[in-house]
Design a protein around this ligand. Structure first.
Ligand SMILES: Nc1ncnc2c1ncn2[C@@H]1O[C@H](COP(=O)(O)OP(=O)(O)OP(=O)(O)O)[C@@H](O)[C@H]1O
Length: 593
């Protein structure tokens, strides 16, 4: 399971994540290099501006006989350099946009794909609110980081190198020394203080995700909140988290002010020193006024982006933390995987066989113990037993949502662990115990069973599932939106949509997990009739609470605490006078009341 990164990531992890980012940039590597070239050109032009400025000042000052010619050329050069700097800057942004957004898109799709490949266990344990927030931040982090690289870090480095060359080449080393020292102290101070501040930011992130998760969870459970009149409790819980967030945010802001003031002080001291030495050199006649103007312009130009280095460093650290979260998610191993030699499941007859299957969701709590049974091709097997006996677990294992811990499951003689999951799931249709629908139209939800199905097929399936008249009677008919998780439909209506959807899929194997439990008796009878017809063509596994619905099954399996305790048809089991007979008695008794 993925947990949020709550502490700053270490450098090894950061490098690992940066490397992991490269494949997402690879497709547009040519563009990325071109953007980099634009960046360098723009910086060369930028650094050229103070150099030309120096020449203009010196020319105007010292050689009046050339004043009429030279400054015009220099002034034109000055303008052209400024223009070139801006042009390459914009070109860099335009060219790089594709690289950045494409990488973001690829990463989002990759994460989405991976989330779908992760096991049911992962999805049952995750918190939807928190994961979607983390994902948003995580994928945005890739774009943010590239922005910082291309728009801040690399430009600063390029500019700094160019300026260092010019200073070292033309003036006393003291200027380069002061510049280096100031930058070094500045960077060191920024890094140290920022690391100290990171804790606040991580705490804020954690509280932010927590509050968002609480809000989503509370809204998902809207009805439950109302049933128990617990709005105040929900508000208090939400506010408590936000209160902690507020405290941390204030601390974070205060520490930021300390950082900003420290940075400004370092710059001020550095600039004062440089100007002192430059002014002195002018007085001594070692430097011209033009040189002083240039050194001053360089410093301002250099420290201007350096002023934002603190913010950039902080943001890069946070971004790396967000990015770490998304790459950790991508590295979460798939629990259920296709084997390297997985073949396509070939369904010829649709025979299911469980051979001594052991299983537990957690190792310390076994659920199934040596379960063996088989469902011959086209036959109907019903599974009954008390609540929690492990009935639905059988269908989850058949779908291979989990791997068995002992024994094996075969379909037409092929071990389902050795075939591709896609081919396995193509072969099975299910009407689950709790039907959850997409927040889309009824048509969309029904067609989900077979996106290629024609309207005629869809209507036929809807009729078979006794939902056609209901849909037609709705003011918006097939386009009616079903609400989040299908909550605008009744339990029975949802179940019938699920039945129609399974019919539409036309798989060789069908599972009905309490498929009619939410229906009234009349509809249930009608649907039972349909199921009977539909199931006639398929191998069917029927999980049932109400025994009256499965009396006609070819075989009935009685499960008790994960063990098969009885097996046979209805009459044989009644004659056994065991658990099944007792359950039957009880239900008859209940029905007659
Ligand atoms: N994801 C899970 N993680 C841990 N335990 C689980 C999980 N799903 C089910 N269980 C446990 O496994 C046992 C069998 O569950 P299962 O859903 O198979 O029961 P069932 O016979 O279908 O019950 P019911 O008739 O109430 O639906 C139960 O005790 C349940 O608590």
């Amino acid at each position: 399971m993925v947990t949020r990164t709550e502490r700053p990531t270490d450098n090894r992890r950061d490098w690992h994540n940066l490397r992991s980012m490269l494949p997402f940039l690879w497709e547009y590597r040519g563009r990325a290099l071109f953007a980099l070239a634009c960046l360098i050109f723009s910086k060369v032009a930028n650094v050229g501006v103070p150099v030309v400025l120096k020449d203009i000042v010196d020319t105007l000052q010292g050689k009046p006989e050339q004043v009429l010619i030279l400054p015009v050329i220099l002034l034109l050069g000055y303008g052209a350099l400024r223009l070139a700097s801006a042009l390459f800057n914009e070109l860099r942004d335009t060219v790089f946009a594709r690289v950045r957004y494409h990488a973001m898109r690829k990463l989002s799709v990759r994460v989405f794909e991976h989330l779908h490949n992760l096991s049911l266990r992962f999805h049952l344990e995750r918190k939807t609110g928190a994961i979607s927030r983390d994902l948003e931040r995580g994928t945005a982090s890739v774009s943010t980081l590239m922005n910082f690289m291309v728009f801040s870090i690399i430009p600063i480095a390029v500019e700094f190198t160019l300026v260092a060359f010019i200073l070292l080449g033309n003036y006393s080393p003291v200027f380069a020394l002061i510049t280096f020292a100031t930058v070094a102290v500045y960077v060191l101070f920024t890094v140290k203080i920022t690391e100290w501040r990171m804790d606040h930011r991580h705490q804020m992130n954690r509280l932010d995700s927590q509050s968002s998760n609480q809000a989503v969870d509370s809204l998902i459970n809207y009805e439950t909140v109302k049933y128990f009149n617990n709005e105040t409790l929900e508000l208090q819980r939400y506010d408590r988290t936000l209160g902690e967030w507020e405290e941390t945010a204030v601390k974070s802001q205060t520490s930021m002010s300390i950082l900003n003031f420290g940075q400004s002080s370092i710059i001020a001291i550095g600039v004062t020193f440089i100007m002192f030495f430059a002014a002195n050199a002018v007085v001594q006649g070692e430097m011209s006024i033009g040189d002083l103007v240039m050194v001053n312009a360089f410093l301002l130009q250099l420290f201007l982006p350096l002023g934002t280095l603190g913010i950039v460093y902080r943001q890069v650290k946070y971004t790396l933390a967000d990015m770490d979260m998304v790459f950790r998610l991508l590295e979460t191993p798939q629990e259920v995987k296709d084997s390297a030699t997985a073949s396509e499941l070939q369904v010829t007859r649709g025979e299911i066989r469980f051979e001594a299957v052991d299983f537990g969701y957690q190792p310390e709590r076994p659920i199934l113990h040596g379960v063996s049974f088989s469902v011959p091709s086209g036959a109907k097997l019903a599974v009954v037993g008390h609540s929690g006996a492990g009935k639905s677990t059988l269908s989850r294992l058949l779908f291979r949502f989990y791997d068995v811990t002992g024994g094996r499951i075969l379909i037409d003689g092929q071990d389902i662990a050795q075939v591709s999951q896609a081919s396995l799931r193509r072969a099975i249709g299910i009407v689950p115990q709790d039907t959850v629908l997409f927040n889309d139209s009824i048509r969309y939800n029904l067609q989900y069973g077979n996106p290629q199905a024609s309207q005629v097929d869809i209507e036929r399936a809807a009729k078979m599932a006794h939902i056609f008249d209901f849909i037609e009677s709705l003011p918006e008919g097939w386009e009616t939106m079903v609400g989040e998780r299908g909550l605008k439909l009744s339990g029975g209506e949802k179940q019938r949509v699920a039945i129609a959807r399974a019919i539409l899929k036309q798989p060789p194997i069908l599972i009905f997990d309490e498929a009619t439990s939410s229906l009234d008796s009349a509809t249930e009878q009608a649907i039972q009739h349909t199921l009977h017809e539909v199931a006639g063509h398929y191998t069917t596994l029927m999980i049932a609470h109400r025994l009256s619905t499965i009396v006609d099954a070819d075989q009935i399996l009685v499960l008790d605490q994960g063990r098969v305790v009885e097996q046979g048809n209805h009459a044989t089991l009644l004659a056994l006078q065991g658990l099944y007979a007792r359950m039957w008695e009880l239900q008859l008794h209940d029905d007659s009341r």
